[in-house]
Write a protein that binds this ligand. Structure first.
Ligand SMILES: Cc1c(C=O)c(-c2nnc3c4c(C[n+]5cc6c(C)n(C)c(C)c6c(Cl)n5)n(C)c(C)c4cnn23)c(C)n1C
Length: 330
């Protein structure tokens, strides 16, 4: 089997991407954020208190003839930005881009934090991390990818996220029309459950490439790129008027500044992030101060290769044994 679905930016600065999925019988369509940085599949539901729902589509298990309560099971998750949700668990038929998993664990929210309520175009998440991270108790549940794997033509899914445009997620095949040249693979450490791998180094603009192993996670659910402070200061040293603002919680600069590109290495391959991806957004609609798409990872305990980096490449998440991750120019 294979599947292919759109990755649609939810706003004009690609703050997150959503993908249409169907749940249950008859199919209920929700727009979910496919997130390689977590492993829970949760949705706004008919059980979510109405004062916490503001425009989101909801999953109603009682309206699905194929839903089953996974009795006695609960879940609770906290994300890196402090947002979170919790609830109960059903199994039901779940489809992404024509690829169906029967009796997928669908985590129905009983409570969501305010940042989810405020984001009306995001109806939940599909975790595509390793199932070890799943928070359902007393027995943890498998991700959509882990459930689909035995039926996939190839044990892979790919992410083709785009800058200010709709990209795609493919399951079970690698579409050679979506990239150029070769795919460069590198090893993945799947413990504790993230797609953890190393960059082979970096360069700023036309500067020299600094070879160094930089470990981090490729996370489609994180908006920006978080790297060690030494690298980030070296980058913003090239930007007139840049400063690390306590007030805004990161590097800001005059929107008129000329930004250098940022290049990262995967083994011997090189991927360049255009300056426009790093000139991320105005701090407010009328401001002339802009917030950077490259920020420091100090305090996070981990480097995060989020969408700002991933949208500069075609990325193959390979569930082979051992797992690996591949990057190609597009
Ligand atoms: C350690 C870490 C992160 C780890 O991942 C992280 C982060 N970065 N984007 C996201 C997340 C997103 C993407 N996302 C980011 C958004 C921001 C910054 N704002 C203002 C809105 C309205 C957002 C939406 Cl709707 N969506 N989503 C949906 C979730 C659940 C995230 C959780 N964390 N997260 C941050 C900001 N930090 C410090």
């Amino acid at each position: 089997d294979t599947g292919s679905a759109a990755a649609i930016p939810i706003n004009e600065v690609d703050i997150a991407y959503v993908t249409p999925v169907t749940i249950g019988t008859p199919p209920q369509t929700l727009m979910l954020d496919l997130d390689t940085g977590s492993s829970d599949l949760w949705v706004f539901s008919s059980l979510t208190p109405s004062n916490q729902v503001r425009g989101q589509e909801i999953y109603s298990p009682t309206k699905s003839s194929t839903s089953k309560l996974l009795s006695g099971h609960t879940w609770s998750i906290r994300y890196g930005d402090g947002s979170g949700s919790r609830g109960t668990v059903y199994t039901d038929n779940f489809t992404i881009g024509g690829l169906e998993v029967k009796s997928q664990a669908v985590q129905a929210a009983l409570e969501v934090s305010s940042s989810f309520t405020q984001e009306q175009s995001l109806d939940g998440l599909v975790g595509l991390g390793f199932s070890a991270l799943n928070t359902v108790r007393p027995s943890s549940q498998l991700t959509f990818f882990d459930n689909a794997r035995p039926n996939l033509d190839e044990e892979v899914f790919t992410a083709d996220l785009k800058y200010h445009a709709t990209g795609s997620y493919d399951f079970g095949f690698i579409d050679s029309k979506k990239y150029a040249g070769n795919i460069t693979y590198t090893a993945v450490q799947q413990s504790p459950g993230y797609w953890t791998h190393s960059l082979s180094g970096y360069s700023v603009g036309s500067g020299a490439f600094h070879a160094s192993q930089i470990s981090g996670i490729s996370d489609t659910g994180t908006t920006l790129l978080y790297l060690p402070t030494a690298i980030v200061t070296a980058y913003y040293r090239q930007v007139q008027g840049a400063q690390n603002s306590q007030y805004y919680g990161g590097y800001v600069f005059p929107c008129s500044s000329t930004l250098p590109t940022f290049t990262f290495g995967i083994e011997g391959a090189r991927f360049t992030i255009p300056a426009s991806y790093i000139n991320y957004t105005r701090i407010s609609p009328t401001s002339t101060t802009c917030y950077g798409g490259l920020q420091s990872s100090s305090g996070l305990g981990i480097n995060i290769f989020g969408d700002v980096a991933l949208k500069a490449a075609f990325v193959v998440f390979s569930g082979t044994n051992p797992p690996r991750i591949g990057f190609a120019i597009k």
